[in-house]
Design a protein around this ligand. Structure first.
Ligand SMILES: Nc1ncnc2c1ncn2[C@@H]1O[C@H](COP(=O)(O)OP(=O)(O)O)[C@@H](O)[C@H]1O
Ligand SMILES: Cc1cn([C@H]2C[C@H](O)[C@@H](COP(=O)(O)OP(=O)(O)O)O2)c(=O)[nH]c1=O
Length: 208
């Protein structure tokens, strides 16, 4: 299969409460309306083993390096069992979070050594980066208000204080500056309808 028939890999990123999950369904619908076969998935998770690791990651206290290693372990399984086979058969993959989240949360949020992150990223997927990453950016205070309105239990990351989430946001933006060809920053502090307008244009560009 030549490169032009290979599927495209799109990821969604942003702090908790940015509005990613609400828009992923819409983007998957846009792609399917163009006749594309789309696999929608998420991280941590995406495979039976990955989903077991997700439960541990979202609820069990652990060393920050353990957290980073488990995120990449789940990712290794995700790539081998789901993502790479889908791309190889020409399907598009839309994933809710990928390694940019490890950079932002374990790197920016927890202080994981950047060289250790880079070694893991190179080992696990040095050969594969997303074709497009949509980074939903907004102030933590706005995102926090949205999560509070959901009146549900919070996972380990959502329970972190404001300064953690500000570091996560800053690390995401630093990553976007380093990879402008791949990462598109979406102003997530807009109405869902206005965000959808911006997404339609971005998806039209990658499909052209
Ligand atoms: N653009 C928006 N404006 C206001 N509220 C939003 C917007 N997008 C999502 N929400 C609400 O914010 C909460 C978090 O949205 P969600 O899509 O789950 O965020 P994420 O997946 O990024 O954590 C949900 O209650 C959702 O209804
Ligand atoms: C993929 C990934 C996620 N995370 C965090 C970000 C989120 O807080 C959490 C995943 O939960 P999330 O994606 O927000 O799912 P939900 O919308 O159901 O809450 O895991 C990391 O810390 N590192 C990673 O590499």
């Amino acid at each position: 299969m030549n490169a032009s028939q290979r599927g495209r890999f799109i990821t969604f990123e942003g702090i908790d409460g940015a509005g990613k999950s609400s828009q992923i369904e819409y983007v998957v619908g846009l792609l399917r309306a163009r006749g594309l076969h789309v696999v929608a998935t998420r991280e941590p998770g995406g495979t039976p083993l990955g989903e077991k690791l997700r439960e541990l990651l979202l609820h069990e206290p652990m060393h920050l390096e353990t957290e980073a290693l488990l995120m990449f372990a789940a990712r290794r399984e995700h790539l081998a069992q789901l993502i790479e086979p889908a791309l190889a058969r020409g399907d598009w993959v839309v994933c809710d979070r990928f390694s940019d989240a490890t950079w932002a949360y374990q790197g920016g949020g927890r202080g994981l050594d950047r060289d250790k992150f880079a070694q893991l990223e190179q080992w696990v997927h040095g050969h594969l980066q997303p074709d497009l990453t949509l980074l939903f950016d907004l102030p933590h205070s706005v995102a926090q208000g949205r999560i509070a309105a959901q009146a549900r239990g919070l996972d380990r990351f959502e329970q972190e204080r404001a300064d953690f989430h500000e570091r996560v946001r800053d690390a995401y933006l630093e990553r976007a500056v380093a990879a402008p060809q791949r990462m598109h920053v979406v102003d997530a502090n807009q109405t869902p309808a206005d965000i959808r307008k911006e997404l339609e244009q971005t998806i039209a560009n990658i499909c052209s």
